[in-house]
Design a protein. Structure first.
Length: 164
């Protein structure tokens, strides 16, 4: 009769532990990189959606502006030049779009609402000095992602023709 013990030897246990630790050592940086890539892609998509929504609201309202009522300036001296536009719409309501820090606000007849909290840069300009009915809108959004890094998205300048 042969007496067999069930179990593992110390050598088998050490080999198994070293293989498992090697797999974890290799896979940990790969998983971290995959997580960072996921965060970057999610932030990019969120910034794109936010930029499209902001540009839609701004351009839709600018098209309905009375060209003679458009003024471009800044909200305060701490804000960038050309970061505020105010105008009167055909219906008579007064609209203002302005940057205050990292926020973009829309003010309609004194009622203020935020359009974005990730604003880095905003500029309204007249691209042609002979035609004040065209306004160029430039927008850059920026968001914190991880480890002190930021993801920025510059929405290409869009020229808007004022219809009135």
């Amino acid at each position: 009769m042969v007496n067999r013990r069930s179990g593992v030897t110390l050598m088998e246990l050490m080999i198994t532990i070293s293989i498992v630790s090697a797999v974890f050592a290799i896979s940990a940086p790969i998983l971290m990189q995959a997580n960072r890539q996921f965060i970057m892609n999610r932030s990019r998509v969120e910034l794109q959606q936010e930029a499209r929504a902001v540009m839609y609201v701004v351009t839709r309202n600018l098209r309905q502006a009375q060209a003679a009522s458009i003024t471009i300036n800044r909200a305060s001296t701490s804000q960038p030049f050309y970061s505020k536009i105010s105008f009167t719409k055909q219906q008579g309501s007064i609209l203002v779009f302005q940057q205050e820090g990292q926020y973009l606000y829309q003010v309609i007849n004194g009622v203020r609402r935020p359009l974005s909290k990730n604003l880095k840069y905003l500029a309204f300009t007249f691209p042609r000095s002979d035609d004040m009915g065209i306004i160029s809108v430039s927008l850059t959004l920026e968001k914190q992602i991880f480890e002190g890094r930021k993801k920025a998205l510059h929405m290409a300048s869009e020229k808007v023709r004022v219809m009135n």
